[in-house]
Design a protein. Structure first.
Length: 159
């Protein structure tokens, strides 16, 4: 596997709802599809699980790419990285904040990047401190973390 970009759930949701709607920018979705098939973009199965519950156009799009490289299953190595992240978050954040962070896909995205390598992609920022944020934990573990636009620039995307 190439050193991929590991996409968080909010990358897909924000694109669908705001920047790159299916109707307005279909080439964005074609570009993502090709990057998924090339192994450049992926997400852990936990992101897939969060996205398909909506039963909307994005869920249909995600389901069609499940076996094409988007939905990466976790193994014992990724689970070991998740445990390191969970221990770190539990030690450094309040119990309610750490429990909220650990119940979603966010730590799994980081765990995959820690094990396989690559860059985490999220639309979260560190400016909001009421929650544990992906960029903060990525920084704590020296995992590269960018937003959607930085990833698209790196991939030289043109729509």
């Amino acid at each position: 596997m190439k050193t991929p970009f590991w996409l968080d759930t909010n990358v897909f949701v924000e694109a669908k709802n705001r920047y790159y709607t299916f109707e307005r920018v279909p080439k964005f979705w074609s570009f993502l599809s090709q990057q998924i098939e090339d192994g450049t973009i992926c997400s852990p199965s936990f992101v897939y699980d969060e996205l398909i519950v909506y039963k909307d156009r994005l869920a249909v799009w995600i389901k069609a790419r499940k076996t094409k490289g988007l939905c990466v299953a976790t193994d014992g190595h990724v689970q070991a990285q998740y445990k390191k992240i969970a221990d770190h978050v539990a030690t450094n954040h309040s119990r309610p904040k750490s429990e909220e962070f650990l119940m979603g896909a966010d730590p799994w995205v980081i765990a995959c990047a820690l094990h396989v390598g690559g860059t985490v992609v999220t639309q979260e920022s560190t400016s909001r401190t009421k929650k544990v944020r992906i960029p903060t934990i990525c920084k704590d573990f020296n995992v590269p973390c960018v937003d959607t636009f930085q990833m698209l620039n790196y991939l030289n995307a043109k729509f």
